[in-house]
Write a protein that binds this ligand. Sequence first.
Ligand code: T46
Length: 133
Amino acid sequence: MQVVKYMFQPHGDDRGQLVALEEHKDIPFEIKRVYYMYDTKPGVVRGFHAHKSLEQILICIHGSCKIRLDNGSEKKVVPLEKPYEGLYVANDMWREMFDFSEDAVLMVLASALYDESDYIRNYDEFIDYVSKK
Ligand code: T46
């Protein structure tokens, strides 16, 4: 499984850092939705689903967390620890987010509006779905 991590270019000066993200330039799709999670409680694991068509970029803009990716045949854990790195998560990929630091803010840029019918929330269903492709 190929893990695609983007290293965004910070515009740093003596005031600090600024990262700008533009669709189809820094981000490989049109950004239709932005959401973020924070105040994640200790030991919590989120996700446990895949998407049929949604593509996303995950950026831990503060603190740190880990992402487990599973394409049905291989699993990888990717740490997100810097506000200038973004993990590309394609469709047909089971994901779990865990090991959130107390101060973690995980921001997600998504290629589509929220649509519950795009989710596969059952692991056996996911395995069945990807094995038929
Ligand atoms: C994903 C991972 C990385 C909305 O109403 N609109 C939204 O855009 C989102 C993302 C969620 N919601 C509602 C649906 C649930 O009632 O917020 C609640 C929590 O969502 P969920 O349990 O799906 O959250 P996570 O953290 O398990 O997963 C989220 C995204 O849903 C998912 O697409 O890839 O983050």
